[in-house]
Design a protein around this ligand. Structure first.
Ligand code: GLA
Length: 388
């Protein structure tokens, strides 16, 4: 049994005086390509990593639910009728949001006790929040003996984040946590939900996450602004190209180039990023199929450049990490996830990994005074649940 699962069991036993009845285990993810394309109906490439959130549950004998977050040393209690957000316990909103969505999906959730633990780094751009949502859903479904299709679980968790937490994210994180496959990069068309897992050529390349340890702004506010700008850009094209344009996904690169000079800023740059990024994901997928890792890597560098210039969600620290990655031989590197701080993802040859990590970390610290946090990402399977 995974060490973190053992730990969840032990903490549950100590706190509630009995063992848990069921577990949900869900991984974090890295975004390989496709920055801010998901809520624009576009394409993404990602991978689940071997860092997981574990939720251990059992039915409670009282009317209240208790959820203990081991890493925070905090417990949230709430009753199932009238679930409310709590500004003091934001982490618990992810759990509560999933409970609300399970109810809406017809699952009669009964009062429960839960322990949350895990080893997904928090605030490092690997979506600890989606892993908490998915682990909660998996654990509660297992506890109530209910099977839902995997897509439904991913969608329900996204709705929890959109509607209860209030973050207008796309489905990239929840999809990746649910559908991850060992040693494979996932491709998803968020519009049609077509997806596939493409195996990385084995043993030769790996992904390294480097956390810049510098957060610049309140990410959720910037994220919501970009979301709004993208919807405005889509509406701008709808007025000119017709009602079929629902999202930026529906504008081709050629159409964009034709209209670009007439577009107001910053909508022009936002649209340029999203529409070109969609093409990079498609090119990256082709490259992966051909086994052309270099082409995939170049698409990653180009993605970062577009995020930096057009989407303006990079930071000087992330830019420096990407510059150093190129200098020290990464095949590809870019910011991963929302941006405005957080981490870069680096595609590196296996034989070079140790030197690469040492050189980049040393030079980054010398130039910024900040110690970066480095994780070697083993690409892992998606979420699962089981009973005690
Ligand atoms: C966050 C969101 C995702 C996606 C990325 C950016 O991780 O949760 O839905 O939009 O940012 O690509």
């Amino acid at each position: 049994m995974l060490e973190v699962v053992e730990q969840a069991k032990k903490v549950f036993q100590e706190r509630y005086g009995r063992p848990p009845a069921a577990y949900g285990v869900a991984p974090g993810r890295v975004e390989v390509l496709g920055n801010h394309t998901d809520y624009n109906g576009g394409y993404v490439m990602s991978a689940a990593i071997d860092r997981v959130t574990v939720v251990a549950v059992d039915k409670a004998s009282t009317e209240k639910c208790r959820v203990f977050a081991q890493q925070k040393g905090a417990e949230a209690t709430f009753s199932l009728d009238g679930i409310q957000q709590d500004p003091h316990d934001r982490w618990a909103d992810y759990v509560k949001g999933v409970v609300v969505e399970l109810h809406k999906a017809g699952v009669a959730v009964e009062p429960f006790d839960a322990v949350v633990t895990g080893n997904v780094p928090i605030g490092a751009g690997v979506s600890s929040s989606a892993s908490l949502e998915v682990a909660t859903a998996m654990a509660l479904l297992e506890l109530h003996n209910i099977v839902l299709p995997r897509w439904e679980i991913a969608r329900l968790c996204r709705r929890a984040e959109n509607e209860f937490v209030g973050m207008p994210c796309g489905i990239l994180d929840q999809f990746s946590s649910v559908f991850g496959e060992e040693n494979s990069i996932l491709f998803l068309d968020t519009r049609t939900e077509e997806h596939e897992a493409v195996a990385l050529p084995s043993g030769s390349f790996g992904l390294i996450l480097i956390h810049s340890m510098a957060q610049h702004t309140l990410v959720s506010g910037d994220y919501a602004t970009r979301y709004r700008e993208c919807m405005e850009a889509a509406a701008w094209f709808r007025d000119r190209l017709g009602a079929h344009v629902q999202l930026l996904r529906d504008v081709s690169w050629e159409e964009f180039l034709q209209w670009e000079t007439q577009m107001p800023e910053p909508l022009r740059r936002r649209a340029r990023h999203v529409i070109s990024e969609n093409q990079r994901v498609l090119d990256g997928r082709e490259a992966l199929h051909r086994g052309d890792i270099r082409a995939l890597g170049e698409a990653m560098y180009a993605s970062h450049e577009s995020s930096r210039v057009n989407y303006e969600n990079s930071t000087p620290e992330l830019d420096l990490l990407v510059e150093l990655a190129r200098k020290h031989g990464a095949i590809g590197a870019r910011l991963t996830g929302a941006g405005w701080g957080g981490a870069t993802i680096n595609l590196v040859e296996e034989a070079q990994m140790d030197d690469f990590v040492r050189s980049v970390a040393e030079e980054y610290t010398a130039r910024t005074g900040i110690q970066p946090n480095v994780h070697r990402c083993h690409i892992a399977a998606g979420a699962r649940s089981f009973r005690e």
